[in-house]
Design a protein. Structure first.
Length: 167
């Protein structure tokens, strides 16, 4: 089984879409473990604040099938495709890591956002601080420690899923 990390975000009916996305991922992947949920300002465009978290899961599916499942879940939650890259989202699911695979196809892994976005790096650090980034060789905790925290502000929020607190 591969260990995967998925970035989850929403800024349209945030709670509803995050819960629906988690429910759908739980039906496809094994042993979901969730970071705390963070709220942050939209990055790259003017829009409502986002909820973001990172999910660790296990899967026997190959990378292409994981990506197809994530797209299916997004689509089932009203994700509009073909629009601007930086725009409001009902649900945004991005595969960040698949074990220690480095590849360009079927998607870029590890996902570049890990290095640049607090809303990805902090929740990833929360659930996998000792994990080593396959390209930089740094552990995620060291990467978060070195990150310029003035670039993006985020704050943890209370969030429950399946009658359990997240995080």
């Amino acid at each position: 089984m591969a260990v995967i990390y998925i970035s989850v975000g929403s800024n349209i009916e945030r709670h509803k879409h995050i819960v629906a996305g988690l429910d759908a991922m739980a039906a496809v992947f094994n042993n979901l473990r969730l970071s705390p949920v963070y709220e942050s300002k939209a990055v790259g465009f003017e829009g409502s604040d986002f909820y973001n978290l990172v999910v660790e899961a296990h899967t026997a599916l190959p990378i292409a099938d994981v990506v197809a499942e994530l797209k299916r879940i997004e689509d089932n939650n009203g994700r509009v495709r073909g629009g601007k890259k930086f725009a409001p989202r009902t649900l945004d699911l991005d595969l960040l890591l698949y074990d220690d695979v480095v590849c360009e196809e079927p998607i870029e892994l590890p996902r570049d956002e890990i290095l640049h976005n607090a809303f990805v790096l902090l929740p990833l650090c929360d659930i996998a601080p000792a994990l080593t980034h396959p390209l930089t060789g740094q552990c995620i905790a060291d990467m978060w420690h070195a990150y310029d925290k003035q670039k993006q502000q985020l704050w943890a929020i209370p969030f429950a899923w399946q009658q359990a607190e997240v995080g």
